[in-house]
Design a protein around this ligand. Structure first.
Ligand code: ZN
Length: 465
């Protein structure tokens, strides 16, 4: 299946052929992480841990089950999640007095505990995160990594003395996302959701959205300002330096296994996965090209190169399987290994190694003596160029319009006065959802596409994958 012809089919096929997940598990939308897929997810998790640990967040791990009475405390929140929740109604043969639910997200698990943990202003800010599985009863068609019912999930939860400190946290979250996106080579836009599309219970929500080759949007994560919306019902208070009791202001930041889906979708091609070097389980694969009578020489040289790269901290694999080199090339291209080194007797005699980039297919001869440095600089270059290409692709998938008629299958940018009535009309006539208004300043001079009132802020519309 060709990516350009049927993106959806291509995606399903690549996920299956590269063996990233096994969807034959007998519960729909609950897939099995196979070793290769799990290694990619673990690499992403490790980047997230590095970023959040470096910004003074502490990792926690809360129970999976939440009692119904705690879940029901914040009215908007429960309204938003009610229809998506899996319930536990029995313990053994006994019906439970208070039903338990599988966390769809962990506000209602954490906040009763935050109310106990936080006493004074010295306890603030409280910055925590966890990486756990969450559960949502998804009724739309499921798709590996992108729409599932058991979700590998990252969530940070922070508490602050006031609104301003919570806002500082949100700006830090933007910086964290910028760092992570460079490692994952995923471009994105920060878009402030409409009031009718914000997270249930939030005072505002910023979506982290990317664009798929199909011209549809994919939400990678979201950042929320809660103000006191949860701290009031959950009674999370602190004593300030004047002895007064105040409610904390809270934020959250969530991301999920969709990141794996985005990497597959954005970078993959008709030969298979193309993994960013920071994410790749094997950054380099060495394929010895054995010639009759010279096998020992080539094997020894390949093992030497392997050891050298491994000691330099490169994640490298030496493929010594007894199959033709062509078979090995095919397999590692499917698996998305960023850089292949071919070692043959003729190159060796010239003191050279052949480098083949997965992303561009570009082949070059490099000095064997400088192999480690050449590998490191090539991996860094691949990473930069993968992001740059994806960014150009994202930009080309956004079109600015001043009418809602005859829209192309792309992300639409247009004028909106910000009024709710015009907003609903925009969504209805364009048959798309408003993703939101950009958080970053964007030059825009135009008028609301519905009421024609002049505006300096654009709005983004899309169909979701
Ligand atoms: Zn308007």
């Amino acid at each position: 299946m060709k990516k350009a012809e049927d993106f959806g089919e291509w995606y399903n096929e690549i996920v299956e052929k590269a063996n990233l997940t096994d969807k034959r598990y007998p519960v729909k939308g609950m897939n099995v992480w196979t070793p290769y897929g799990w290694k990619i997810m673990q690499a992403i998790d490790s980047h997230i841990r590095e970023e959040f640990d470096a910004t003074d967040h502490d990792e926690v791990c809360f129970p999976l089950l939440i009692p119904e009475d705690q879940f029901a405390k914040e009215k908007e929140h429960i309204k938003g999640f009610d229809a998506e929740v899996f319930w536990v109604t029995h313990a053994g043969l006994n019906p439970l007095d208070v039903r338990l639910l599988l966390r769809p997200t962990s506000e209602t698990a954490m906040y009763p505990m935050f109310a106990v943990w936080i006493r004074s202003h010295a306890d603030l800010p409280l910055k925590t995160y966890q990486i756990v599985n969450t559960f949502r009863y998804e009724t739309k068609q499921t798709r590996a990594f992108i729409r599932v019912r058991e979700i590998h999930f990252f969530e940070s939860h922070t508490c602050h003395a006031d609104f301003e400190d919570a806002e500082r946290q949100i700006r830090e979250d933007y910086d964290i996302m910028a760092h992570l996106s460079r490692r994952w080579c995923i471009p994105y836009k920060l878009l402030k959701r409409t009031d009718w599309d914000k997270f249930p219970g939030a005072s505002y929500t910023v979506g982290i959205d990317t664009v798929l080759p199909s011209g549809r949007s994919l939400q990678l994560g979201s950042i929320h300002q809660y103000e006191e919306n949860f701290s009031k019902p959950y009674d999370i208070k602190y004593e300030d330096d004047k002895g007064e009791h105040r409610y904390v202001h809270q934020t959250t930041y969530g991301m999920s296994e969709r990141l794996v889906g985005a990497i597959v979708a954005i970078h993959g091609d008709d030969k298979g996965l193309v993994l960013p070097p920071d994410v790749a389980t094997n950054q380099v694969v060495i394929v010895p090209v054995l010639a009759k009578g010279e096998t020992q020489k080539v094997t020894t040289a390949s093992r030497g190169l392997y050891e050298e790269l491994r000691r330099a901290g490169v994640r490298v694999h030496l493929d010594e399987r007894d199959v033709r080199p062509g078979v090995k090339y095919y397999d590692w291209e499917l698996k998305g290994v960023p850089l292949r080194l071919e070692l043959g007797i003729r190159d060796m005699e010239k003191g050279k190694v052949t480098f083949v980039r997965r992303d561009t297919g570009e082949k070059s001869l490099r000095d064997r003596a400088r192999a480690v440095t050449e590998v490191q600089t090539t991996l860094a270059l691949i990473s930069r160029e993968m992001l740059a290409r994806a960014q150009a692709e994202l930009d080309s998938n956004i079109v600015t319009v001043d009418t809602l008629e005859g829209l192309p299958e792309k992300i639409i940018r247009t004028g909106w006065c910000g009024g709710e009535k015009c907003g609903h009309e925009i969504e209805g006539r364009s048959e798309r959802n408003i993703l939101g208004m950009p958080v970053d300043d964007e030059k825009f001079t135009g008028s609301c596409v519905v009421c024609k009132k002049p505006t300096h802020i654009p709005v983004y519309l899309a169909r979701a994958m």
